[in-house]
Ligand binder design. Structure first.
Ligand SMILES: Nc1ncnc2c1ncn2[C@@H]1O[C@H](COP(=O)(O)OP(=O)(O)OP(=O)(O)O)[C@@H](O)[C@H]1O
Length: 298
């Protein structure tokens, strides 16, 4: 669905991506993580054709995004972090803009608006930022595009709104879509992600399926970090009187020993471990978790 190979891109003379490679071959919900300024928003804009790569190969559903082919524009929907809505009501938006998306469903748009508690008949001008964001998300979901790009979708949403967003994302009608979500809200989204991308230093440092990470890593809290199997330990940080840790799962799939309570993937902890112990973490992960660049050159 998306093929990026050896992408070079930057602003002015300043390079942001130098040999960035990644692939999306199947539907799913892809969480894109990275430090501030690592290039997550720029990547989404490159994918939908709002920015032009310096060089390299970039294909989205078989198209060169920057050429902005009508078929591609009807197949990709992007909700930017700072988005603009015309001063219409949601109902008017559906009537005027839904036609650009062949799979747009007005009925689903109404359902999503109701789920997110956005009044369909109020003008966007009279809505709060969070309500406008919910309306933009509802519209994006209702377009039915095979590819959906969401930049920080849960920013500005209240707690109930975030939970409803997660529920909507998991509805069966989105199962065939690839949804790329750039976010810092790891905890909000970890339960719904199928894939994780971690961008660092102008590269895709990690591309992995959540299920694979679950098999490979164990994360949890231990009263005493010394009680953990030191050979398997990858990262630890103090958490009150205890220690949060990331460890390799042992070959038999068991835990890393000690008195800790080990569990599945916690994205915030994974994010910190990758940011602060990048080489160690990447070395610990199996070759299939390494970025597409490494796979392709293998
Ligand atoms: N229009 C622009 N002109 C010049 N530089 C830009 C422009 N947009 C982004 N940048 C720079 O490119 C880099 C990547 O920005 P981008 O917004 O893609 O990062 P990000 O990972 O989404 O950041 P954040 O997590 O803070 O939202 C930053 O250093 C930013 O200053």
């Amino acid at each position: 669905m998306i093929e990026i190979h050896d992408l070079q891109f930057g602003y002015g003379r300043s390079a942001l991506y130098q040999g960035f490679s990644a692939r999306v071959d199947k539907p799913g919900i892809y969480g894109i993580f990275g430090r501030n300024g690592s290039g997550k928003s720029s990547l989404l804009k490159l994918i939908c054709g709002l920015l032009t790569p310096w060089s390299g190969r970039l294909r989205v559903l078989g198209w060169v995004p920057r050429e902005r082919a009508a078929e591609l524009l009807a197949s990709v929907y992007f909700v930017a972090e700072e988005f603009h809505l015309p001063n219409l009501t949601p109902t008017q938006l559906a009537a005027t803009q839904g036609v650009f998306y062949p799979r747009f469903s007005g009925q689903r748009f109404e359902e999503y608006l109701a789920e997110l508690e956005v009044p369909a008949g109020s003008r966007f001008e009279s809505m709060s930022l969070g309500q406008k964001k919910k309306a933009a998300i509802a519209f994006a979901l209702a377009t039915g595009t095979p590819l959906l790009l969401l930049d920080e979708p849960t920013n500005g949403l209240d707690i109930v709104g975030r939970a409803r967003f997660r529920q909507l994302m998991q509805r069966p009608e989105h199962a065939d879509r690839a949804v790329l979500i750039s976010t810092h809200q790891a905890h909000d989204l970890e339960s719904i992600l199928s894939h994780v991308w971690f961008i660092d230093g102008g590269q895709l440092a990690l591309s992995a399926e959540m299920a694979e990470l679950e098999q490979q890593l164990q994360m949890g809290v231990a009263a005493d970090v010394q009680s953990l199997n030191q050979a398997q330990l990858l990262y630890q940080e103090p958490m009150g009187q205890q220690w949060a840790y990331v460890a390799r799962r042992t070959a038999n799939g068991g835990d890393s020993g000690g008195s800790g309570s080990g569990g599945g993937v916690q994205l915030e902890l994974l994010y910190k471990a990758l940011s602060l112990e990048r080489e160690r973490m990447l070395a610990a992960l199996a070759p299939q978790h390494q970025p597409a660049r490494a796979q392709e050159s293998a």
